[in-house]
Design a protein around this ligand. Structure first.
Ligand code: IPD
Ligand code: CA
Length: 294
């Protein structure tokens, strides 16, 4: 029985994008627990959304439009009084909080028995700002948690992004982590365009940093940036549920998370770079831009 649980039940966008029987079961368990305690909150889970970039962008967009602080667009004038369908709920039914859940981030690792796969859970408030994030790593018994303005922790102990001088190696004159000392992780994404961009980035980035890691769970890589194991994580195309929890972990641990142009990450951002901050963040973005990763 044990072996059966990780069998691939189907592929999603392509043969590299896997789904097991367990992914939707985990999501259902998480959703039931959340909605039992918070029946008036909204919920977005990876397994509720059809595969592919467009569908996941549409899904977060629809949920953000349903949050309280975003006024709904005025209804189009209707010739009849009968109500037409709309993607926005009427104000009275709109939600104040949105839970964003990836039940198993790192499904390929899960299928292969690689112990880097875990749930990633976040809450956004009525402005669309992520206010709570949790990444629970059962393999190492590590729970990463952050609340906006209240810091980030691992197993209840405060965490910070890597020390300003990095871990061993020559520091920059200004005391910041230099690109040459950075330990950078990146995705090995399933989609063709993202893969092409990752391949384009590698020859540019690899000689300039200490090392590159591709370990297959964006959620835990972002948590590892937050607790200083990694200097940075970047990926060309990720969905809200991959990044939401990690984004607040990094910001509350003193780091920075942006799109590839340096704009602060938000729930609609798909090209991401999270890092210890400082000048190494800009240097990674510059390197990617020079390599044509845009
Ligand atoms: C994937 C992981 C992986 C990243 C992919 C994601 P999933 O999520 O985060 O590290 O490179 O782009 O889709 O499918 O395992 O939940
Ligand atoms: Ca994921």
């Amino acid at each position: 029985m044990a072996g059966k649980t990780t069998e691939v039940s189907k592929t999603k966008a392509n043969s590299r994008d896997l789904l097991t029987l367990i992914d939707p079961l985990c999501e259902g368990t998480i959703r039931d627990a959340i909605l039992e305690s918070f029946p008036h909150h909204d919920f977005l889970g990876e397994e509720d959304v059809p595969p592919g970039r467009e569908a996941s962008a549409r899904a977060i967009d629809a949920k953000l439009k349903n949050l309280l602080a975003t006024p709904p667009p005025p209804p189009p004038p209707s010739p009849s009084s009968s109500s037409s369908s709309s993607s926005s709920s009427p104000p009275s039914r709109r939600k104040k909080y949105l839970w964003i859940v990836d039940p198993i981030d790192g499904t390929t690792n899960f299928v292969n028995g690689i112990p880097l796969c875990m749930p990633s859970i976040a809450v956004a408030d009525e402005t669309g700002e992520v206010v709570v994030g949790v990444v629970r790593d059962p393999h190492r018994d590590e729970t990463f948690a952050a609340a906006r303005g209240r810091g980030a922790t691992m197993n209840g102990v405060a965490i910070r992004c890597a020390p300003p001088g990095g871990r061993g190696g020559g520091n920059d004159d200004d005391g910041g982590l230099s690109l040459g000392d950075a330990v950078v992780a990146m995705g090995s994404p399933p989609a063709t365009e993202s893969m092409a961009m990752s391949l384009r980035a590698l020859p540019a980035l690899m000689p300039r940093v200490r090392t590159i890691r591709m370990l297959g769970s964006a959620a835990v890589m972002l948590a590892w940036v937050a607790n200083g194991r990694l200097s940075a994580y970047w990926e060309y195309d990720l969905s809200s549920w991959d990044v939401a929890a990690g984004s607040i972990l990094i910001e509350e641990a003193g780091g920075r998370i942006t799109d590839l142009e340096g704009e602060r990450w938000n729930l609609r951002t798909r090209k991401i770079c999270g890092s210890v901050g400082g000048k190494v963040h800009g240097e990674i973005l510059d390197t990617l831009a020079e390599a044509g990763v845009v």
